[in-house]
Write a protein that binds this ligand. Structure first.
Ligand code: UD1
Length: 324
């Protein structure tokens, strides 16, 4: 299939591009390189430098490529910042996505895979979280994702677009074959921050609270290897093409790891001391967030292969070392 990957130079985008190429698809990357990296582009995927907020860029790209499928990952993702600078998130994540969806519909795209998030659920009422869990985002970032899921449902009803919304849990790790080693600048997620503390790029890891209702008091999350996520996109296209039905699905592992467990594993794997200090909680962080991924397993035949902590941390460490 001819697939346009919007945001294909980013962290999850580049891993998705790699899996789509390896799966035999023809891939076209559209990215404004605001956080995406040239280094993450592949010679076997065509690259177009453009911005989803520029409707002319979108029109030129779609008219030229005429893709049958779209993956949309061009979004801001810092949940904390979405609470202090919501305007940025309304514009990029909502307005930008709507321009893209409208262009996709105008260009007769049939299959649309959307990068959604566990943040749509908000504070969990139970764990592991299945797709029937109420959606009640606690941060504006999560709301933007839920809003686009709902817009896609309307466009599907009104215009016949088939969509999959993939609700990612905590994406982590790097390509096990080291074909992608681009690092995010100014990361705020736990594992990249931990890596920076290990390489000396930052003084220490601040652990946001140790008084949560979890076995060791630190926050528990479901870390899912980015290659497993990427494979989920490939499978979502197969599903949309065969079933001609929409799909909303969690991508996670059903296993939680605490911040302290990540610290311990990272120290073990790297043989280094990870300097860390407990500080106050970060506002809006739930105690635990773990996926029930049964639906993805049953419907797509999806199975996480690389999402054990060892592989996640080893592949990440390798990418960081390659950049030293
Ligand atoms: C958040 C969003 C998620 C989004 C992701 C992308 C929510 C509930 N989750 O995940 O949907 O896709 O960001 O960026 O909105 N931690 C520290 N010190 C740090 C960083 C993190 O202790 O320096 C802790 C956090 O308190 C948390 C865990 O590590 O318990 C994971 O945090 P993080 O990597 O930021 O991801 P989430 O907040 O879970």
């Amino acid at each position: 299939m001819k697939i346009a990957v919007i945001g294909g130079a980013g962290y999850i985008g580049s891993h998705t591009v790699r899996e789509l190429l390896d799966g035999g698809h023809q891939v076209f990357v559209f990215d404004n390189l605001s956080s995406g990296l040239k280094q993450n582009l592949f010679p076997d995927a065509h690259f177009f430098h453009g911005d989803i907020l520029n409707r002319e860029d979108l029109a030129i790209f779609f008219n030229k490529v005429q893709p049958e499928g779209v993956v949309h990952l061009a979004a801001l993702k810092a949940a904390g910042e979405s609470m202090t600078h919501p305007e940025k998130f309304s514009t990029q994540n909502i307005v930008g996505s709507l321009y893209l969806i409208q262009q996709a519909v105008a260009s007769k795209v049939r299959y649309f895979v959307f990068s959604s998030s566990a943040a749509v659920y908000g504070a969990p009422q139970y764990n592991p979280i299945d797709e029937n869990h109420p959606t009640n985002p606690e941060n504006y970032y999560g709301y933007t994702k839920l809003s686009i899921e709902n817009h896609l449902a309307w466009y599907s009803r009104l215009k016949g677009l088939h969509f999959a919304a993939l609700r990612y849990f905590n994406a982590a790790g790097y390509d096990p074959n080291s074909r992608i080693i681009g690092l995010e600048s100014n990361p705020s997620n736990l594992i990249p921050v931990a890596m920076e503390a290990l390489t000396g790029k930052r003084k220490e890891l601040l652990i946001f609270g140790n008084d949560y209702q979890t076995p060791d008091g630190t926050g528990v999350r479901d870390y899912i290897h980015v290659t497993d996520l990427a494979v989920g996109h490939l499978m979502a296209f197969d599903y949309l093409k065969k079933q001609k039905q929409n799909l909303i699905v969690n991508l996670g592992t059903n296993e939680g790891a605490s911040v302290l467990e990540i610290v311990q594993h990272a120290q073990q794997i790297t043989g280094k001391i990870l300097p860390h200090r407990i500080v106050d909680r970060r506002p809006g962080d739930p105690d635990s967030l773990v996926a029930n991924p049964q639906k993805a397993m049953d419907i797509l035949g999806w199975q996480p292969k690389y999402s054990d902590l060892k592989t996640i941390l080893e592949t990440t460490w390798k990418a960081y070392q390659a950049n030293l």
